[in-house]
Design a binder for this molecule. Structure first.
Ligand code: PSU
Ligand code: MN
Length: 310
């Protein structure tokens, strides 16, 4: 470990189960917590958090949900803490990478975004992480410069992230351009186009595709060797749960217009849009969201098992 990692590792608590699994090279899958605190309403957020952990276990790996709890970086939460985060919901901080030191210094509690979760997972020695959607380049980024720190983190931290693409609250084409500029490999899992979260395709072609967990594990290992960053695995929503692309697009457009009219900025943008989309679809989008993130947890666990066999 480098000096900076040793220093920051003093802030880290790896849960007992995840620590034991890592010590004997068994498979661990990291899960994020901003989806709990800012991505879904209570009680579906708690239901989802528990279901994801269960899904990872059912597929033979150990889950480690990441968060900041009373100033400590945590990889692996007990049920009581998961429940506390779910109930606090928007009442806690949304921590991306840049927020970690400030939150920790004040003994604060926070949900971690994809960027912050990757950072903590890497520190804990976890190679793979399942989420729903990543942050990306927002529409109108040419004026607002709103580009999620998730994309930069992918370029510098060696963790593979399994997602269902990105919601069209973002500019998907620009998001992929940015990932290309940053040297981040994007692999379609059994698909040729980057998925659009609620819909299975976005019209944006990917250069690389993979059809099995073993193959993906090999790519991840090679990317770890080549570095410096991680790898994005794009796993489309199951057919059975995909929403009608045109009607969800119309709701997303409404939400984006409202956000702009109300002057929502910085890290509030994504949670605002996610909340409004659930409201505008009468919760249908929430069901789809739960199904796709479960599907990502299955793939992440399968790949984690293959990683431990390489
Ligand atoms: N997109 C979703 N659901 C989410 C998020 C994004 O469809 O829950 C969350 C993730 O935690 C992601 C974060 O890392 O929002 C991105 O926030 P920002 O755009 O402020 O970087
Ligand atoms: Mn942003």
């Amino acid at each position: 470990m480098r000096f900076f990692e040793m220093t920051i590792a003093r802030l880290l608590d790896v849960g007992a189960e995840a620590a034991a699994a890592l010590a004997d090279k068994r498979s661990v899958v990291a899960l994020e917590s901003t989806i709990i605190t800012h991505g879904m309403p209570f009680p579906q957020n708690l239901e989802t958090a528990l279901m994801l952990e269960e899904t990872v276990r059912a597929n033979g790996a150990i889950p480690a949900t990441v968060a900041v709890v009373e100033g400590r970086l945590k990889a692996g939460l007990d049920r009581e803490t998961l429940e506390r985060l779910a109930r606090l919901s928007g009442g806690v901080v949304k921590a991306s990478r840049r927020d970690l030191s400030a939150v920790a210094a004040r003994n604060g509690t926070a949900g971690t975004t994809v960027a912050a979760t990757m950072f903590v997972a890497a520190l804990a020695g976890i190679e793979i992480f399942a989420t729903g959607g990543i942050g990306g380049v927002h529409r109108g980024a040419a004026e607002t410069f709103d580009i999620s720190a998730d994309l930069i983190e992918l370029s510098r931290t060696k963790v593979a992230v399994v997602c269902a693409g990105a919601k069209s609250i973002l500019d998907i084409a620009k998001t992929l351009e940015f990932l290309e500029s940053q040297g981040v490999p994007v692999i379609g899992y059994r698909c040729d186009e980057f998925p659009a979260f609620f819909a299975r395709s976005s019209g944006v072609k990917l250069d690389h595709r993979c059809d099995g967990a073993h193959d993906l594990a090999r790519m991840i290992r090679l990317q770890q060797d080549i570095g410096p960053g991680g790898l994005l695995i794009a796993n489309p929503i199951p057919e059975s749960h995909a929403l009608d692309a045109a009607s969800i697009e119309a709701r997303i457009n409404e939400a984006v217009v409202e956000a702009k009219a109300q002057g929502v900025g910085q890290k509030e943008v994504t949670p605002f849009l996610l909340r409004r989309i659930v409201e505008l679809t009468d919760g249908r989008s929430l069901e789809a969201n739960m199904a796709l993130v479960k599907n990502n947890a299955v793939v992440a666990a399968q790949v984690a098992i293959e990683l431990s066999r390489l």
